[in-house]
Design a protein around this ligand. Structure first.
Ligand code: ZN
Length: 460
């Protein structure tokens, strides 16, 4: 079995690809457009520089080779969602080629990366077969799309889902893509179990890619079992019905009648600039997984889920400045992710800050509350003000430095070895001392204040 993917991701630049209209989600239809993205005769496109930079970032993160020069072409396109009747895309020389993406131990080759404009959005009132007319919303028209094409290296629908998930994570770390926008990642897939390739168009979401491919493979196997022949065609995925339907017998590339786009200049891909972008690439999820293992001995089954969402990873790294990394990893990978999933929110949607989780984990590690209570409190923290939840739950914090100072002094006098350990560079000794102070305050001391005072004392 051979599966290849063609992934279209919307880039989160401030403005559209060829005009200065705002590139954001807007409910009010046809409110973010101008003559260029409406495709009016005589209007001229101007390239958005940051869209090119975003493309270069993606190309480098996917280990691709960049050409010296890139340019755009026109692709014949006759649908109401592209009123100028051609789409500006890349064909002859793509922005990048010959890269790869890896997940677990699976490597999938990237054939090419193109930049192109997204068409407008077509809206059918009711279902596609019932609607008497279509509505067209040009707000989406001209949104920068990055098209990533893989070689048919994928061997199963599940592998396709894992690769897409990994790609989404990479794009989120690059901060060029927002998975929460509906339709921000749309996938075309080709699949062949014998000689003939069948293309499935327009699948959104990783789970649906897996479903569509599973359906298509069974369909093809059934045809072959009955002695039939699979025809080369393009099929559409109907997510509601859970089936693929024939759309058209496959057209060839020459049918699109590509010509160079005469209204846009050639783009020089400056080597210095590329080197600068390469330097600015973030630490990716897979690199974090390896580092957590090396630095804190956190196993992959805990670190992998924590690093999928960069916001969670960032919060985790803040929390472990104050909390035992292994304790935090277990809590993040299990309770935190489970609770967020259950409430169908991302951490950004909540008011939870790293300091709240530090407080909560302090309470658990000092056995002031059980893990189960911690989980219940976390659920409330998602809905209400986290500070309020910590306070209501009997955690009336001691912030008063005059009260905390003597307790810290006492804890230090009782644990001289911990102080020596700390001064010789053992970070865990600090957590230990914080823990001792916490225990003495029965978990009510404000951890931030305790840490501040303790650090001050230890540096004397
Ligand atoms: Zn515009």
């Amino acid at each position: 079995m051979k599966i290849g993917l063609e992934i279209h991701t919307q880039l989160t630049t401030k403005t559209k690809l060829f005009c200065s209209c705002s590139n954001r989600m807007e409910k009010n239809p046809n409110s973010l457009c101008c003559p260029t993205c409406l495709g009016m005769p005589g209007s001229k496109p101007v390239i958005n520089r940051s869209a090119i930079d975003y493309g270069i970032k993606i190309a480098l993160a996917l280990n691709c080779r960049l050409p010296q020069e890139a340019f755009f072409s026109r692709k014949a396109y006759f649908y109401p969602d592209m009123s100028k009747n051609f789409q500006i895309t890349q064909f002859e020389i793509p922005l990048a080629r010959n890269g790869f993406i890896k997940t677990n131990n699976k490597k999938v080759r990237i054939t090419r990366i193109n930049l192109e404009e997204d068409p407008a959005r077509i809206v059918h009132l009711g279902t596609i077969t019932e609607a008497k007319y279509v509505l067209v919303d040009y707000n989406r028209s001209g949104t920068p799309l990055c098209e990533i094409v893989t070689e048919p290296d994928i061997k199963s629908p599940k592998e396709a889902r894992l690769i897409l998930q990994e790609l989404s994570t990479v794009l989120q770390y690059l901060d060029v893509f927002d998975p929460d926008i509906e339709g921000s990642m749309r996938v075309d897939s080709n699949v062949s179990i014998g000689e003939t390739r069948v293309e499935i168009k327009n699948i959104s979401g990783f789970k649906d890619v897996e479903r569509a491919l599973n359906y298509e493979i069974i369909r093809q196997k059934n045809i072959l079992r009955r002695g039939g022949k699979i025809i080369r065609e393009t099929r559409a995925w109907d997510a509601l019905a859970g089936v693929t339907r024939s759309l058209r017998v496959k057209e060839a590339e020459e049918d699109y009648g590509y010509i160079f786009e005469p209204d846009l200049p050639r783009i020089t891909i400056d080597r210095k600039k590329v080197a600068g972008i390469k330097k600015s690439l973030p630490e990716f999820a897979s690199q974090k997984v390896a580092r957590y293992k090396k630095q804190f001995s956190i196993p992959k089954n805990l670190s992998f889920p924590i690093t999928i969402d960069p916001d969670i990873a960032e919060c985790f790294e803040e929390v472990i400045k104050n909390i035992d990394p292994m304790l935090a990893a277990r809590f993040f990978a299990k309770e935190l992710l489970k609770t967020l999933n259950y409430s169908k929110v991302t951490i950004k949607d909540t008011s939870i800050m790293p300091k709240h989780l530090v407080d909560l984990l302090d309470l658990i590690s000092q056995k002031v509350i059980t893990e189960r209570t911690g989980e219940m409190m976390l659920r409330e923290m998602i809905k209400k003000e986290p500070d309020e939840v910590l306070r209501i739950r009997g955690v009336s914090r001691i912030f008063d430095e005059k009260v905390l100072e003597p307790i810290i002094k006492e804890a230090m006098e009782e644990n001289p070895t911990a102080i020596i350990d700390y001064k010789s560079g053992k970070k865990e000794a600090f957590h230990f001392l914080v823990g001792q102070v916490m225990r003495k305050t029965k978990g009510r001391g404000d951890s931030e204040t305790i840490r501040k005072l303790l650090r001050k004392r230890l540096s004397n």
